[in-house]
Design a protein around this ligand. Structure first.
Ligand code: SF4
Ligand code: SF4
Length: 105
């Protein structure tokens, strides 16, 4: 299908929205967060059982429960589908979905 979206110079462009990150594969490297201009995802702490403990800051070890950190898509609606996060991910653990064409009455 030809994309109905265009860039400023008229080139066809299909937004590819980030919808999810596989927490089993993500290594919490933070590369996707650094390149994203939209604060779509944040780093969360995970315990030994894989349960999410909460959003991470530098100091918090969640009272010793912290096992590792993963990136979580917690504001998916902010994504503009630029695709930058997909290009920098070393683990290929992101799910992206192409934009739906706009509906006209
Ligand atoms: S596609 Fe772009 S806007 Fe969306 S989460 Fe990735 S870097 Fe952010
Ligand atoms: S770039 Fe990939 S591996 Fe790194 S935090 Fe983001 S989703 Fe996880």
């Amino acid at each position: 299908m030809t994309s109905p979206f265009v860039t400023r110079d008229g080139s066809r462009w299909m937004p590819d929205y980030l919808t999810a990150i596989d927490g089993a594969t993500c290594i919490g490297c933070g590369r996707c967060f650094k390149v994203c201009s939209r604060e779509v995802m944040h780093l969360y702490g995970v315990d030994d059982a894989g349960e999410i403990l909460g959003i991470c800051d530098d100091e918090d070890d969640f009272e010793g429960e912290l096992n590792r950190m993963i990136m979580v898509v917690d504001h998916a609606g902010r994504c503009i589908g630029c695709g930058a996060c997909a290009r920098v991910c070393p683990k290929n653990c992101q799910t992206h979905v192409a934009a739906e064409p706009p509906q006209h009455d």
